[in-house]
Design a protein around this ligand. Structure first.
Ligand SMILES: [Zn+2]
Length: 285
């Protein structure tokens, strides 16, 4: 099964496209900065921060993943998990946190996640104990985790995170390195998403990031590529509309430059991505 689901990722190198075999499920613990780790696999990834007074983790992902992450944390520290921070509301990141609740962790999300959680309850979701409404931070054991809110983008409750003093961001789902991402999601705002990526790119306080999926660590150039992909997609849809194309006639003929065609998921998602952008421009949502 695992072999069947292993697939080929096209990554961009300075010498051009290069094929790499990617294992979706083999989990790693990768130290990004002193005491700052990413845990997970290509299919889903989280952050945990080890301090002298406990551990802060982000998304549990699932009951199974949370148990695996708890074991991975125990490999590097005896400290208890004190906080769990939800990056945003999507179930492929926030479920399965009970193991951390059982040891007394405080769960935190942006307050705009709460209506989503109430409207679409899930037995595997631990509801947040606290919420934040804007930029915030958590200090524990001498380390400070910054929670940054950029408004609506991939949903409306996304928190980007950074441990103060490091040059690594945790950016869940706004960028999956070298990937186009899902084509059609009703709760994302393409214009605000591009604005957010521009604001993140303009920050000079980071050089690499770890995402909610994909490789453990990627350079800022991977975010730049994703932003340019989205801009190229949006322009291509505008051009199609200007040429009189509508609906399937537009989706079926959309074609972006070769650099973007080589991003993971292009062939699967380009048509649905065009449909999403078409409605953004023709319906206002
Ligand atoms: Zn998401």
């Amino acid at each position: 099964m695992r072999v069947l689901l292993t697939f080929i990722l096209m990554t961009l190198t300075t010498s051009g496209a290069q094929a790499q075999s990617i294992d979706l499920f083999t989990k790693d613990t990768t130290e990004l900065a002193p005491g700052v780790y990413t845990f997970g696999a290509f299919s889903a990834r989280s952050l945990f921060v080890v301090t002298d007074d406990g551990v802060i983790t982000t998304d549990p992902v699932s009951t199974k993943n949370a148990a695996d992450m708890r074991a991975a944390i125990a490999e590097v520290t005896d400290q208890p998990v004190k906080y769990v921070i939800y990056s945003h509301q999507h179930w492929d990141h926030v479920l399965g946190g009970q193991i951390f609740k059982n040891e007394g962790a405080t769960f935190i999300s942006h307050d705009k996640c709460i209506p989503h959680f109430l409207r679409h309850p899930n037995d595997e979701l631990v509801m947040p104990d606290k919420t934040v409404a804007s930029d915030s931070e958590i200090t524990l054991g001498g380390k400070t985790l910054k929670l940054m809110y950029f408004g609506p983008n991939h949903g409306d409750c996304m928190l980007v995170m950074q441990v103060e003093g490091t040059d690594v961001l945790y950016i869940n789902d706004l960028v999956t390195p070298y990937s186009v991402g899902l084509g059609f999601m009703p709760d994302y705002d393409p214009g605000e998403w591009v604005r957010t990526l521009n604001e993140l790119e303009a920050m000079d306080t980071w050089n690499t990031f770890t995402g909610g999926h994909g490789v453990p660590e990627a350079p800022k150039a991977a975010m730049n590529q994703r932003r340019r992909y989205m801009e190229a997609l949006m322009q291509a849809v505008l051009d199609g509309i200007a040429d009189g194309k509508r609906l399937e006639g537009l989706y079926d003929t959309i074609e972006l430059p070769k650099e973007f065609q080589e991003m993971r998921g292009y062939d699967t998602h380009i048509r649905r991505s065009a449909e999403r952008i078409y409605h953004y421009y023709t319906m206002g949502w």
